[in-house]
Design a protein around this ligand. Sequence first.
Ligand code: APR
Ligand code: PHB
Length: 389
Amino acid sequence: MRTQVAIIGGGPSGLLLGQLLHQRGIATVTLERKTKAYVLGRIRAGVLEAGLVDQLRAAGVGDRLDAEGFVHDGTVISYGDTQIRVDFAKHTNASVTVYGQTEVTRDLYAAREAMQAEMVFNVQNVQINGADSEAPSVSYMVDGQEHRIACDYVVGCDGFHGISRKTIPDAIRREYEKIYPFGWLGILSETPPVHEELIYASSEAGFALCSMRNENLSRYYIQCALDDSPDRWTDDAFWAALRERIPQEYAARLVTGPSIEKSVVPLRSFVSEPMRWGRLFLCGDAAHIVPPTGAKGLNTAASDVHYLSQGLIQLYDTGETQGIDTYSQKALARVWKAERFSWWMTSLLHHFPGQTDFDLRMQQAEVDFLQSNTHAQAVLAQNYVGLPY
Ligand code: APR
Ligand code: PHB
């Protein structure tokens, strides 16, 4: 088999890239290790920057998003007794859209199927061959049969645990990592959200986040121990811990109910450079991970897809290589800004084991400055709604 761009990974990055390229007549094949149902079963964040919304509309998957997504013009940050509403409309000309990432992935799969995209599921033993040659290929097994795809380019959209990043030789690859000494315990409940906007809260008991999927589906998180497990938490214990961490005015009106999903996620900052090696490109979680505190995971994958799709379209339309030649540098410039913001939000709002009284006063001083300084709020707003591509 031969194609122009072989895409490894059928998550949001691979699906969006494939759709944008396919619309411009560029042939792709997407290889996914799991089944579509498995991919759609993942619960992930749900805050979309305008840049991602624009790309989804361009990819022909904006209708349900526009009909069911919630446009948010601000968010609440609380630390102890201090409460700040960061007004996106006041400080930026942008907003964010709250729409479950699972729905984004569902919409993208529907669009790929409508275009009869070449997608192979349940692939095993994917290997990238000759990425540093003029004739790369990808081999894989499915149903016990070995297959090989000759291609012009390979794009690794296979996430943090994929094989693409590790195809880049150790001597060339530089990795940067910070593992946080806590995780997030998240639940989904068929209850009305406690507030119309998201609440990022920090109290002596730790961090909590109040989010949502729709008017009767809420998503809540509390900071937990790194080795914690959902099995150790009854729903009642979760709700009690959440009430303890959010401002009392919200705790008093929190509507609780049975959890329909409960999971623990670790928090990590990670970047692998470069995001290109020969004819192999990396996109999304394959190259970088952020702690979810800034809601930047999917949104940073989206800017990677924007830069790379533009570069590949330029190449196939004009033969110009300027776009793909500057991809890694441009993508990483925005990735590192998202890493900084996510690290800053995480450092500000979480309680770290071994934190000294001085460390806590630094957090309080940062929050006091944020509360008292409109420019500080503008910086947070600009980063949260998404820096320009
Ligand atoms: N071969 C084929 N597919 C693979 C392989 C492999 N060797 N390894 C992983 N995959 C698939 C996974 O099954 C997954 O469906 O690649 C996909 C990677 O998807 P994500 O991990 O979601 O990464 P990405 O598409 O970059 O999404 C970025 O969306 O899912 C969130 O947390 C993620 O916020 C981040 C954003
Ligand atoms: C979510 O809704 O799951 C969510 C929202 C914002 C975040 C992280 C997760 O920062």
